[in-house]
Design a protein around this ligand. Structure first.
Ligand SMILES: C[C@@](CO)(OP(=O)(O)O)[C@H](O)COP(=O)(O)OP(=O)(O)OC[C@H]1O[C@@H](n2ccc(N)nc2=O)[C@H](O)[C@@H]1O
Ligand SMILES: Nc1ncnc2c1ncn2[C@@H]1O[C@H](COP(=O)(O)OP(=O)(O)O)[C@@H](O)[C@H]1O
Length: 305
């Protein structure tokens, strides 16, 4: 007789959002190999859908944007690993419908992990508190707690310790999705290499008070002027063609452009929705990206649909 918690419903689908880092300062390498960082995340309206149902064995199937680059082995797929974190003997079939670019610096895998955690706890009737859910998320990856949280948040530590940020208004983005991805560890390693070469001063990771004030006031132009990413030089060093993408977006009328997290997706903040549609059309015509999307933020974190 099985002592496993019983499945309570046939299938649960959780929708999970992508993120951009409005601000990302990378500090020193810690003893555990991670970098201390300070970041401001904003969840944006590109979504993956993760559906979990009871099954005989654990499996993961991915469809949609970039599915061929996502591992289906549950031991490698972050959504499969999340299911095992909920129950080491989880017998669930996980289906991921991807819209978030893979290895794009938009935390798609982390979003899927967060969605799978939420879906599996519900499906398997695991009565975790919110704190237990967040702790499991942090075990799975630095960006996973933000996948649950959504909205706008300040992240410290390795990015997993979050506090909510007051943000007024909607921000309209154009996302230029690159032909090939960048692996997050490689981008951090490239930053270390560049810093060692330049004998740079000790990096600073203090709270970005000016940006937090601009977000609270809903001043989009001010937010655009304050976008910052310490990983950008490393991403540009690994994919030099991104320089052309960044200038093309600004030439097309965006207020500012930035590499999203570890890249290579370039995110352009626009004055309003109309401007974003114009910039997206112009950028698509220049052929500097595999695809161009518009999105707005902030949007909520994982939710059951
Ligand atoms: C850079 C950021 C910005 O939000 O995300 P992406 O842009 O890649 O999505 C995050 O810091 C990534 O978060 P996540 O993708 O969850 O990373 P993890 O799985 O925790 O770590 C993957 C690898 O990235 C490096 N890493 C990550 C976080 C951190 N604070 N310091 C690091 O050095 C380490 O090499 C680590 O082994
Ligand atoms: N569910 C998943 N979705 C996407 N990538 C995944 C997933 N599970 C594991 N991966 C692996 O993680 C790598 C980085 O994933 P992703 O989260 O898309 O990028 P980033 O860290 O740049 O935001 C991918 O190249 C892939 O090999």
């Amino acid at each position: 007789m099985s002592l496993k918690p019983r499945a309570r419903s046939a299938a649960i689908t959780v929708r999970a959002a992508a993120k951009v880092n409005l601000h990302l300062r990378v500090g020193a390498v810690r003893a555990d190999g991670y970098h201390e960082l300070t970041t401001v995340f904003q969840a944006v309206s590109l979504f993956d859908d993760v559906t979990v149902r009871a099954a005989d064995v654990l499996s993961v199937q991915t469809s949609g944007e970039g599915a061929a680059e996502v591992p289906d082995d549950p031991a490698l797929n972050l959504a499969g690993r999340a299911a095992v974190r909920v129950d080491p003997d989880a017998r669930v079939a996980i289906e991921i419908g991807k819209s978030i670019p893979v290895a794009g610096g938009m935390a798609g895998g982390s979003a899927d992990a967060a969605a799978s955690l939420l879906a599996c706890t519900r499906l398997l009737g695991v009565g975790w508190s919110r704190a237990e859910l967040i702790a499991a998320a942090a075990d799975l990856g630095s960006d996973v707690p933000f996948g649950l949280h959504g909205g706008t948040a300040l992240g410290v530590g390795r990015g997993e310790r979050l506090s909510p940020v007051l943000s007024r208004g909607q921000y309209h983005w154009v996302l230029a999705i690159a032909k090939t991805g960048l692996a997050t560890p490689a981008v951090f390693a490239e930053l270390d290499r560049l810093r060692a070469k330049e004998a740079a001063a000790e990096p600073v990771t203090h709270r970005p008070d000016d940006l937090l004030r601009a977000l609270a006031a809903g001043e989009v132009e001010q937010v655009a002027a304050l976008l910052h990413n310490d990983l950008q030089p490393a991403a540009l060093s690994l994919q030099p063609t991104l320089r052309r993408t960044l200038s093309a977006g600004v030439d097309a009328g965006a207020l500012a452009g930035i590499v999203s997290g570890s890249g290579p997706t370039c995110a352009f903040l626009c004055a309003d929705e109309e401007a974003a549609v114009r910039v997206a059309a112009e950028l698509a015509g220049r052929g500097v990206a595999k695809s161009v999307r518009t999105a707005h933020g902030p949007v909520p974190g994982c939710r059951i649909v």
